[in-house]
Design a protein around this ligand. Sequence first.
Ligand SMILES: Cc1cc2nc3c(=O)[nH]c(=O)nc-3n(C[C@H](O)[C@H](O)[C@H](O)COP(=O)(O)O)c2cc1C
Length: 328
Amino acid sequence: MTIFLKFIKYLPPELAHSLSLISLKILHNLLILKFFYKKPKPKPFSFLNLSFNNKLGTAAGLDKNGDYIDCLGALGFGFLEVGTVTPLPQNGNIKPRIFRVFDENAVINRLGFNNKGIDHLLNNLKNRSYDGIVGVNIGANKNSKDGQRIEDYLICINKIHKYADYITVNISSPNTPGLRDLQSAKNISQLIDRIDKEIKSLNYLKPIFLKISPDESQSTILNIVEKIDNSSFSGLIATNTTIEKTLLKNVIFHDIEGGLSGMPLFNKSTEMIAYIKTISPEIPIIGVGGVISNADYQAKLDAGANIVQLYTGFIIKGPSIINDILSK
Ligand SMILES: Cc1cc2nc3c(=O)[nH]c(=O)nc-3n(C[C@H](O)[C@H](O)[C@H](O)COP(=O)(O)O)c2cc1C
């Protein structure tokens, strides 16, 4: 595994990502994975009426189309979040659009919701063998403007609500122009009200989360939390990537467009969790941002997260990060 990780470091990031996931899938399908990968022991618990194997899951973006649900599940994650998926397939931004900063355990991405569309993901959800929790993260197509953006979320909810264990409404990606504006006081009420009505009419009773950006002001967060508390939404995912690239020591990366994830994001996203808890002590939170070690994972829980996700740590350390975090 270590040799493989050293090798793929030299490949372009997206090729490295695909090659790793395809290799994992092949090993899993040939039933070889279980011979040289030892899953962490399950630590079952219940959260929002769902039964989780443990508190560590994958963050959105790692498996955008749900093509790798069974093999990622076989690694022993407590839950998986697939997506972001949009109603229509789209290619995303032009390459290069992922930049790894190995020295600082960080990544900058400006993928722009490249995905195969909701129907493809729905098919994968229906055909999964993994019996753990799978959440679906939904977004709006790049070409959808104004009111159509909200319609895009409703289209996705309608299509996947029977097959997702929870739904995440992602309005915090920095790579779809204008998407983060949905967090503003004016837009958030409209978004939450429309989604509220929709999930009531569908009789959807499973959890639904809103994924927020770490770059919003405290007053914007306060407003979002108040709206969530008075809605059918279950809670928040804090946080998405940050556009504050000056958190990186290496100035060469400061002007690269995109969202920063990994270690430099850790403090900012953890402080956001702690702030949300001061406003609404009981609000359910999925904590994400810069988890690279067991100490980071514990710190997210201590700040008030109920469960934790990671992405960049998995890219940098590979599957061994799961046991590193969960075996302590
Ligand atoms: C390459 C890449 C792609 C991502 N794609 C998505 C996405 O499609 N939807 C989303 O909500 N977050 C996406 N994220 C953000 C992650 O889900 C997560 O919120 C963020 O990276 C912070 O966690 P980390 O530091 O553990 O990576 C992406 C992150 C990376 C690095």
